[in-house]
Design a protein around this ligand. Structure first.
Ligand code: G3H
Ligand code: ZN
Length: 277
């Protein structure tokens, strides 16, 4: 069933649990998240990033519609989220395309400009019933950016940022970085606990593909409520395609290699959900 991110996050926070959010690039990703979540018997968020929208020619409609349809047909609650939005135009198309939540990413901007742009995005979103996540402390590794596992979000600044912007959830820099292909990151759990105390809204961990299960479990205990996973699915997808094509060099029907790719992603989703929820 298609549910709203804000509702999933609210329930998880009340229960001291976390919600996992998986990035969707193709319909097979969405189908894999649904299958993987059903196998784990857990809810999840299906998130489409601005970069994924760019890949689809800048049009969010077709993938959003397909992803929402997959969520509606699923046996577990799945929400639809628009991730890492920097474009005002894309932000303003969110409601039309059925996204119940958006991560507005002004983290590249200096602090004052980030506050101003994010507060505006929140005003816009709340007028339409859209839950808005934002980022403070630039988490590295986005679209070819350098990895910055050393960057940290300051708790006092985070508290002021949440008050000044009115965001519903805050993505924080606590040791993870995007697009890691090995799970070797260590998190600053003392900082997560300090942020949890200082900030009244749920905290979001980005770049979770590089974080080991045990670190994720501790992060949930320390106060993380949303865990974003993208690269881990793509790693599973690509490894499965590569393995299939190597042993079947003359295959032409994409279903032959997309089926194992989708299965590998679903297994990854189930493993993440079982380890952390
Ligand atoms: O917003 C998306 C996530 O932060 C994904 O990060 O690809 O490193 O798992 P990841
Ligand atoms: Zn992210």
């Amino acid at each position: 069933t298609l549910v709203r991110t804000g509702d999933l996050i609210g329930e998880a926070r009340a229960a001291g649990r976390a919600v996992l959010a998986f990035n969707v690039i193709t319909v097979e990703h969405a189908e894999a998240v649904a299958a993987g979540a059903e196998a784990a018997g857990a809810p999840a968020v299906l998130q489409v990033s601005e970069n994924a929208v760019k890949f689809h020619g800048g049009r969010p409609g077709p993938l959003a519609a397909a992803t929402a349809a997959v969520a509606r047909a699923a046996a577990v609650p799945l929400a639809l989220h628009l991730d890492h939005v920097e474009s005002e135009e894309l932000l303003r198309s969110a409601a039309v395309h059925g996204f119940g939540s958006v991560m507005f990413d002004a983290s590249r901007l200096p602090y004052a400009d980030n506050v101003k742009a994010t507060a505006e995005a929140v005003r816009w979103g709340h007028a339409r019933g859209i839950w808005v996540e934002a980022e403070l402390g630039r988490i590295g590794g986005k679209a070819g950016d350098a990895h910055t596992p050393g960057v940290r979000t300051d708790p006092a600044e985070a508290a002021a940022y949440v008050t000044d912007t009115g965001v519903d959830a805050l993505a924080v820099a606590v040791g993870s970085t995007h697009a890691m292909t090995e799970r070797t990151a260590t998190l600053d759990h003392t900082l997560i606990a300090a942020l949890r105390t200082a900030v009244p809204v749920p905290l979001v961990l980005h770049g979770s593909s590089g974080v080991p299960d045990e670190e994720l479990r501790r992060a949930v205990q320390s106060g993380i409520t949303k865990i974003n996973v993208g690269t881990a699915l793509n790693r599973a997808y690509s490894a499965a395609v590569r393995a299939y094509l190597e042993t079947h060099p003359t295959v032409v029907d994409p279903r032959k290699y997309l089926a194992p790719a989708r299965r590998a992603m679903a297994e990854t989703v189930t493993a993440y959900l079982r380890a952390t929820c």
